[in-house]
Ligand binder design. Structure first.
Ligand code: URA
Length: 253
């Protein structure tokens, strides 16, 4: 529970109004939740709250008449984003965006990170704001694996450079892993798997370009323990219980 001032250096934990949190749990309508708060029947972390609009996060325990209200059901999805879709949920210019590919589950799901419009592949969606923050926090070094089709025949010097780090906008990239899948000398193109543990803007494209091998096609195939596998382009699936457990374990390291 918090007032509205926040340390600008801290990770922003998503917060919402107390009445919204109660309503979202399915306990009652928002209007009724407001009534309960005003009547002095709601506690947050054991303290009585009668102020409407008090901000709470998912980490706060909310109770009504002494009974704990469970937070909204957590949903975790993985999508195979097609090329040509932007990773925002709404767009003032009406461009194709990923929200049109999400199932309607009656809750707002947010993407964990972004992919460029012309990048295909894996994006996780969830309503678990805590998980989003943790997955994106650099301290967890979550691996992201991409298949990149490159212009030119990649060579060992370039691979070493990609792996050991490249100066991008004045900051060296963290160690990466490269696996060469195919070098087509006749058509002067290569296919590599590149695994990075950061999420800087256009990172893969910039790393490859700065090494002399522009990316022609890019697809993300893994994020941490979650793999794209055979998921059809433009479709979603729920993460399995073991996948959710693996993700949560990873973040507890
Ligand atoms: N790196 C890129 O350059 N683009 C993406 O979409 C993802 C990673």
């Amino acid at each position: 529970m918090t007032d509205k001032t926040e340390d600008s250096n801290s990770i922003q934990i998503p917060r919402e109004r107390l009445q919204k949190r109660i309503a979202k749990s399915g306990y009652c309508s928002r209007r009724h939740a407001e009534q309960l708060i005003v009547e002095g029947r709601v506690k947050v972390n054991g303290s009585l709250i009668t102020t409407l609009g008090t901000q709470v996060s998912e980490e706060d325990t909310v109770s009504v008449d002494g009974k704990t209200i469970s937070a909204a059901r957590k949903v975790y999805l993985v999508m195979n984003k097609p090329k040509g879709y932007i990773t925002t949920l709404s767009d003032p210019f009406n461009r194709l965006n990923v929200s049109s590919l999400l199932p309607d589950l009656g809750m707002q799901l947010k993407p964990v990170g972004r992919l460029d419009k012309d990048t295909e592949g894996l994006i996780i969606f969830t309503n678990d704001g805590n998980l989003i923050n943790k997955l994106l926090h650099p301290k967890h070094h979550i691996e992201k694996e991409y298949v990149a089709q490159l212009k030119g025949c990649i060579h060992s010097k370039a691979i070493k450079k990609l792996e050991s780090g490249i100066l991008l906008d004045g900051v060296k990239t963290k160690p990466a892993n490269v696996k060469v899948i195919h070098v087509d000398e006749q058509n002067e193109k290569s296919t590599i798997h590149l695994t990075i543990s950061e999420g800087r803007k256009h990172q893969v494209k910039k790393m490859c370009l700065y090494t002399g091998f522009p990316v022609k096609k890019l697809k993300r195939i893994r994020m941490g323990p979650i793999e794209l596998d055979k998921l059809k382009v433009g479709t979603c699936r729920m993460l399995t219980k073991p996948e959710c457990d693996m993700l949560i374990q990873l973040l507890e390291r």
